[in-house]
Ligand binder design. Structure first.
Ligand code: TPP
Ligand code: MG
Length: 371
């Protein structure tokens, strides 16, 4: 078998889940469905030749960015969502139409239509755009966390990267620095069994979570297909960071269900492995659970689809950027402004005594698109 089961050594699950209301659970499902629905449409638009560049999706990994971002407070930063992490953008409240405009290369607030790919962020929502060099945004996240600590600010940086990003030297430098200085950074490693076509068995002898101890921080293995487990582990890691106890590495075990990008048919992956993982689909399992609790999952899916259709229509009706503006914004001409506050839809941020969360944004329970 080319791809091992990344779950084979799973040994820890977080205990003591923080409280999730029914509306929280509906929001979690809505964001996951929003991510998948959007990405399925994104693949279709790519195959229709309407998307310049390429398209990447996180099919089967939705629980990781959604569960992790859901545990973040409004003043925390995400540095950065990568190619499997659209759900983090949705949770923070970045406008879906703007994201689609970005992918289609249309004029938009996030990237001004300068590229149709995954390199976008939303400073207004506390999201730093990614660069492709791996794992360089982890290094930046540690720097941001250091700034928060030195300024005495009560906030953390959340960073994402894959299993493949744990091999370059920068990863080890960032781990060492963060562990030594106890920087308030929450580190989510998405172990999806593959780095392009290389299985984890050909990448490392010691799993990322097991390596964490060598850098002076806990390494927690979490079922990356369980959105509530992801939420709980990230919540605990955030609390730890805010207490001044330093970083946590969360290794989220999952499987990359599609090719690296839409251009890759992943014929190097054993179909039997994918079949086994499909049984554990994070959305199907969570939807079944919520349906059992009386949630109208069909209505939720329909609402998400309606929003997506409207957003795609609006994006397709948006013109490409004016060619005369092609060189605008190539160089920074002024100091960047401060990052804004992201949406923090978990009900736990709405209560009295919190550091000032805005509470649940209107419609988060049924939006799924974070708008
Ligand atoms: C330093 C560096 N080397 C190579 C690449 C090319 N590259 C882009 S994604 C990728 C695989 C990443 O695998 P992983 O970190 O496991 O993330 P996944 O795609 O599985 O989510 C590679 C090798 C890169 N972006 N940066
Ligand atoms: Mg990977």
């Amino acid at each position: 078998m080319l791809v091992e089961d990344p779950h084979r050594t799973t040994r820890e699950r977080p205990v003591g889940h923080p409280t999730l209301t029914r509306a929280d659970r509906e929001a979690l499902l809505g964001f996951m469905v929003g991510m998948r629905t959007f990405e399925e449409r994104g693949v279709a638009l790519y195959k229709q030749g309407r998307t310049p560049g390429s398209f990447y999706d996180g099919h089967g990994q939705e629980a990781i960015p959604v569960g992790a971002a859901f545990a973040m407070g409004p003043d925390d930063v995400i540095c950065s969502p990568l190619i499997r992490d659209l759900g983090a953008h949705l949770v923070r409240g970045t406008d879906l139409t703007e994201i689609i405009r970005h992918h289609l290369g249309r004029d938009n607030r996030l990237s001004r239509g300068r590229e149709g790919n995954v390199h976008f962020g939303d400073p207004a929502k506390g999201i730093v755009a990614m660069v492709s060099m791996l794992p360089d945004m982890f290094v930046v996240a540690v720097g941001m966390a250091m700034a928060f600590r030195l300024r005495g600010e009560r906030r953390v940086a959340l960073t994402f990267f894959g299993d493949g990003a744990t091999s370059p030297g920068a990863w080890h430098e960032a781990m060492n620095f963060a562990g030594l200085r106890k920087e308030p950074v929450v580190i989510v490693c998405e172990n999806n069994g593959l780095a392009y076509s290389t299985p984890t068995s050909a990448q490392f002898a010691v799993s990322p979570a097991d390596r964490a101890a060598a850098y002076g921080m806990p390494g927690v293995v979490v079922d990356g297909n369980d959105v509530e487990a992801m939420f709980a582990a990230t919540h605990a890691a955030r609390e730890r960071a805010l207490r001044g106890d330093g970083p946590t590495l969360i290794e989220a075990r999952t499987m990359r269900m599609h090719g690296h990008g839409s251009h890759d048919d992943a014929r190097y992956v054993d179909p039997a492995v994918l079949d086994a993982w499909r049984e554990r689909d994070p959305i199907a399992t969570y939807a079944a659970r919520l349906q059992g609790d009386g949630v109208d999952v069909d209505a939720l899916r329909a609402a998400v689809l309606d929003r997506l259709d409207a957003a795609v229509d609006a994006a397709l009706a948006t013109p490409l950027p004016d060619p005369a503006s092609a060189t605008d914004g190539l160089f920074a001409t002024e100091e960047p402004g401060p990052l804004g506050r992201g949406d923090a839809p978990w009900s736990g941020f709405a209560g009295p005594g919190d550091a000032g969360g805005p509470g649940r944004p209107a419609g988060a329970g049924d939006a799924g698109t974070g708008r």
